[in-house]
Write a protein that binds this ligand. Structure first.
Ligand code: ZN
Length: 504
């Protein structure tokens, strides 16, 4: 127990209040994206801005740093492998980044983001990149200034990646892609040139939404998502959000003519939510609750979505139930044909619709362009041409419009740079964790085919979930798998699976 009036006690109390403010903001934001009527938008923006300002002020206010120092003295330093030492390390890391940005820069960023996002929405709808270009220019300038405030050793991008994937450098990300790129490009080529064609028409029949909803809830409940501590609602862009360990919600979107989109979005978001629900209750209302990083978080959603949800054992178990649910649409299909349809690979223009083989090439392109733009090797005016050239090189396609090219993602319009690589880190880590888990428990695939998900979930709980944010991602990965993050498991997984599916 921590004494209430010790430095540690007072720090924990302050952090708990900040967590409450952030959770309250998360509830408002969840409501905004699910049930709020359009008329609520202006008021909600004010409410969220007020809560964000209050939690930022409470965190960066005088006293937080001395409380951290005092608490560190009380527990004999911050290096021990205890929850309290981890709390101080994580809090100091967050604090250091928060106080390095001058208030004037934070305010300018917030204003510019709102306006740039509006401009981007219109520019994308009108396929008018030049209308967005001045905003992109301004955001790059502000992002450079932000990175300079945070500081970095080697590359400006290091300071940005650090915010999403602490302890990871640009050089490490570049090395990851250098390993990945040749294998991915040649696998895509082999599939396109020699693959046995896959017909995925079965996914585009009539699938009434109420039955999709019921089936998806059965799916994620069986995987381990706890509805006593969560719920699923409809939204436009699916997400997962946490208010406390006892209330972690998922959202999804069902399309009556595209079965897999809604089902696998549910499984993906449930993967995030199962991770959050796995945080120990005693970490609630502290910065240690939740995921180690964006990449580690994404590894959980992708593991359940792709390595489990697009696998034959999984559908050996669930396909009979799926066919009972949709007897008309699936009368002439089989588990095998259904899995093949789910695993169709098609080089395409849009990242969020990409399959698991081509996906990382979309992200690599963005990583390279972000660095070129930030480090001045590429001008904003020349960026669309550079985008299109890389699409041709990596995927053999040239976007017919900028709306389907450089304007497709929201990230840059809201000033988010350095985030994209976390998607690839998630994909790689999902495969590395899968290899480690099935190495220790070789029966996992057979268990999945019988609908037994608890052993895999138990392994993830033990190795990843129960640690919350206590360890830096690299340390957590080494502890869980015995190795640093590697591309080998992911390439082995893709090559094995798709060689068989496409008869290569
Ligand atoms: Zn995700």
């Amino acid at each position: 127990m921590t004494a209430e009036n010790s430095g540690l006690g007072r720090l924990k109390n302050r952090l708990a209040q900040i967590s409450d403010l952030e959770s309250a903001a998360a509830v408002l934001s969840w409501d905004q994206q699910t049930y709020m009527p359009p008329g609520g938008a202006a008021g909600r923006a004010e409410q969220l801005a007020t809560l964000a300002r209050m939690s930022h002020e409470l965190f960066t206010a005088g006293g937080t740093y001395s409380l951290i120092e005092q608490a560190a003295g009380e527990i004999g330093g911050v290096d021990a492998d205890t929850d309290d030492a981890a709390l101080l390390r994580v809090t100091y890391r967050d604090f250091d980044r928060a106080v390095k940005l001058p208030a004037e820069l934070v305010a300018e960023l917030a204003r510019t983001r709102t306006l740039a996002q509006e401009a981007w929405t219109k520019a994308r709808a009108a396929n008018d990149y030049p209308a967005f270009a001045p905003w992109l220019e301004k955001l790059i300038e502000l992002t450079r200034r932000t990175a300079e405030c945070w500081g970095y050793q080697d590359r400006l991008y290091d300071a940005l990646v650090e915010g999403y994937e602490p302890g990871t450098t640009t050089a490490q990300v570049a090395a990851m892609y250098a390993d990945l790129k040749p294998g991915l490009v040649s696998l895509v080529q082999a599939i396109v040139e020699r693959g046995r064609p896959i017909d995925d028409a079965v996914l585009h029949r009539e699938y009434p939404v109420p039955r999709q909803r019921e089936f998806s809830e059965r799916l994620v409940r069986d995987l381990g998502y706890d509805f006593e501590r969560g719920r699923q609602d409809d939204t436009t862009h699916p997400f997962c959000t946490t208010f406390s360990v006892g209330d972690v919600r998922i959202t999804t979107r069902f399309d009556p003519r595209f079965l897999s989109q809604g089902l696998l979005a549910s499984v993906h978001e449930a993967g995030h939510a199962i991770y959050e629900q796995g945080s120990p209750a005693e970490l609630d209302r502290t910065p240690l609750r939740g995921g180690a990083s964006m990449g580690v978080h994404e590894s959980q959603s992708r593991l359940w979505e792709n390595l489990v949800g697009r696998s034959r054992p999984f559908w050996q178990h669930f396909f009979p139930l799926l066919r009972e649910t949709f007897p008309e649409a699936l009368a002439d299909s089989s588990a095998d044909a259904f899995v093949r349809a789910l695993c169709k690979v098609t080089p395409s223009l849009i990242r969020v619709e990409a399959d698991e083989v081509t996906y990382n090439l979309h992200v690599l392109l963005r990583f390279e362009l972000e660095n070129d733009l930030l480090e001045g090797r590429l001008s904003v005016a020349d960026a669309p041409a550079a985008w299109n050239a890389k699409m041709q090189e990596y995927l053999g396609l040239t976007p017919p419009t900028d709306a389907e090219g450089i304007l497709q993602d929201i990230h840059w319009s809201i000033g988010i740079m350095g985030y994209f690589p976390t998607y690839s880190i998630g994909n790689l880590l999902a495969a590395q964790l899968w290899e480690a888990a099935t190495g220790e428990i070789p029966e996992i695939p057979a268990q999945l085919s019988r609908g037994e998900f608890a052993p895999l979930l138990g392994w993830l709980r033990e190795k990843i979930h129960r640690h919350g944010r206590k360890y830096l991602p690299n340390e957590l990965i080494e502890r869980a798998t015995g190795k640093p993050l590697q591309s080998g498991p992911f390439l082995r997984y893709l090559t094995g699976k798709y060689t068989e599916i496409y008869g290569l």
